[in-house]
Design a protein around this ligand. Structure first.
Ligand code: BG6
Length: 509
């Protein structure tokens, strides 16, 4: 029997060959936003440049601006010139640009959605897009209900045998469990779950997918990937940038909702889950759901979590202002720009192993990593003065920017009697592979067009992530302004106290 997720013909395909999307059109709502300009439009061009889009491809922008198709084309052109990953090739651009259309309107304007439907019908006829459409909602979530409703009313969300209609949504998927459920209900009332693609762009990163390759393609790591050997896990996503210009989105959201609820909890799920039966989307999701169901914050929350807000300081050689001096934030803003939490995973594999997650803006450098820190050897047959500088072994998955893996272990110092000190053994993508990694958005947009759901969190994962985070957010609510930390430092003192209490140390990536 053939099920949608087990197609024997598809399985016979050589998986090393790139798959090319079939005829289709992408409609971007929120075309004037930062994400569309910096990520989506460049990714579409890069896909075209890599030969992964079909000749029958169309890109439609929908916005309030009074633009003609050419004006929209110019906006895409500038975005591609500034942000595309691959070199500009005129012939690729010319072919792609023939499929650009713009529809002017607001989300509550029925006539605009009728015009959108007409435009798409015309493209189907003229460009052969085959009635297959992806609707990319790069808009604030409060606008999701009205846009979904309009897509429903205009018939564009209708699921038919010979064509597809998919919706792509960007986080935040709600601001707590209750609102995420409401949002999911609204989206699912128009689009069935298999047509909903929720973007967590971390899952599109090569290094994040490599967590599964490292764990399940090798015999070396899995035997020690558990509480018998691992002392604790640290997941760090540090950024050196501040929030200038993003107050509209960020104020009231904060670091935990912005990246812990999605990116960091997904990293935890991939690190902690059991081996899936296969890499089919349902099998993968089942394991992620299982491990997330067993994950909860360590109590008491006031001692196992920390939040901070950056104040003025130095970022490298540059003097930078504090959050409250950056335009757009209210002087009383209690939004955290740093968050750290401690989670436990109640499974046989992980019981007793703390998972420390931290993220922050205006930290000393941009780095994302997952570090498994191992227990000390039960016995060291050395004179203690010979191992004074020896730390714990660590396996560090360097997600970005210096993509690779580091193994940290003790080694004899040459020449001395038997002095042991930590050394690093490095694997680096840059030197091991000739190919550059595609941008996460290239991979994810292509997967939407191919209908490949593996890298998109499903409803249940989103709700479970909120279930994990909600108690922490509740404990923080009403605590007033987060603890200040100087820009260019590794966060507030409470973040260090949080790990010291459990007799651990943060790594300095
Ligand atoms: C986004 C967050 O999801 O990820 C931003 O909203 C953050 O606040 C960004 O800056 C970081 O992405 P990356 O891929 O640069 O680590």
């Amino acid at each position: 029997m053939t099920t949608p997720w087990h197609n024997p013909l598809r399985d016979k395909r050589d998986k090393r060959m790139p798959r090319i999307a079939g005829p289709c059109g992408v409609v971007i709502f929120g075309v004037t936003g930062d994400l569309a300009r910096k990520k989506l439009m460049p990714a579409i061009y890069d896909l075209a440049n890599r030969g992964l889009l079909p000749p029958s491809f169309a890109l439609v922008g929908f916005a309030r601006r009074d633009w003609a198709d050419e004006d929209f084309g110019q906006v895409v052109y500038e975005a591609v010139q500034q942000h595309a990953r691959t070199p500009f090739r005129q012939e690729v651009w010319d072919r792609l640009a023939e499929g650009f259309r713009f529809v002017q309107g607001t989300f509550d304007d029925d006539a605009a959605f009728e015009r959108l439907a007409e435009t798409l019908n015309k493209l189907d006829a003229e460009r052969g897009t085959g009635g297959n459409h992806a609707f990319y909602l790069s808009i604030p979530p409060k606008a999701f209900p009205v846009v979904c409703e309009q897509l429903h009313k205009s018939g564009l969300a209708r699921q038919q045998e010979d064509r597809w209609s998919r919706v792509v949504i960007e986080k935040p998927f709600g601001h707590d469990l209750a609102s995420a459920r409401e949002l999911n209900a609204v989206v699912n009332s128009v689009f069935p779950e298999e047509s909903v693609f929720r973007i967590d762009h971390y899952l599109g990163k090569e290094t994040v997918q490599n967590i599964l390759a490292l764990r399940f393609a090798n015999e070396l790591y899995e035997p020690i990937w558990n509480a018998h050997y691992v002392d604790h896990v640290q997941i760090t996503m540090a950024e050196d940038i501040g929030l200038g210009g993003r107050a509209g989105y960020y104020d009231g959201i904060g670091a935990a909702r912005d990246v812990i609820q999605n990116h960091l909890i997904q990293l935890l799920a991939l690190t902690a889950m059991e081996e899936p039966v296969s890499f089919g989307p349902h099998e993968l999701q089942a394991e992620k759901i299982k491990v997330l169901s067993a994950t909860r914050p360590l109590q008491p929350l006031n001692l196992t979590s920390a939040r901070g807000q950056y104040s003025a300081g130095w970022q490298g050689n540059e003097k930078v202002p504090g959050l409250l001096d950056e335009g757009g934030f209210s002087p009383e803003s209690t939004t955290e720009t740093f968050a750290a939490i401690t989670l436990e995973v109640d499974t046989r594999r992980w019981a007793g192993v703390p998972f420390f997650l931290r993220t922050g803006k205006r930290l000393p450098r941009r780095v994302t990593e997952v570090a498994l820190v191992f227990k000390r050897a039960p016995h060291l047959p050395f004179d203690s003065t010979m191992t004074e500088e020896l730390g714990k072994n660590a396996l560090v998955l360097r997600i970005q920017p210096d993509e690779g893996i580091t193994m940290r272990f003790g080694s004899k110092v040459p020449g001395s009697a038997m002095e042991v000190r930590d050394v690093n053994m490095d694997f680096s993508y840059g030197s091991a592979f000739a190919e550059d990694s595609p941008e996460a958005y290239e991979r994810l947009i292509l997967d939407v067009l191919l209908g490949e759901p593996s890298l998109f969190p499903v409803n249940a994962e989103v709700e479970l992530s909120w279930k994990i985070l909600d108690p922490v957010l509740d404990a923080w609510a009403g605590q007033g302004r987060p603890e200040p930390y100087e820009s260019g430092t590794w966060g507030p003192p409470s973040a260090f106290e949080m790990v010291h209490r459990l007799d651990r140390e943060w790594r300095r990536p």
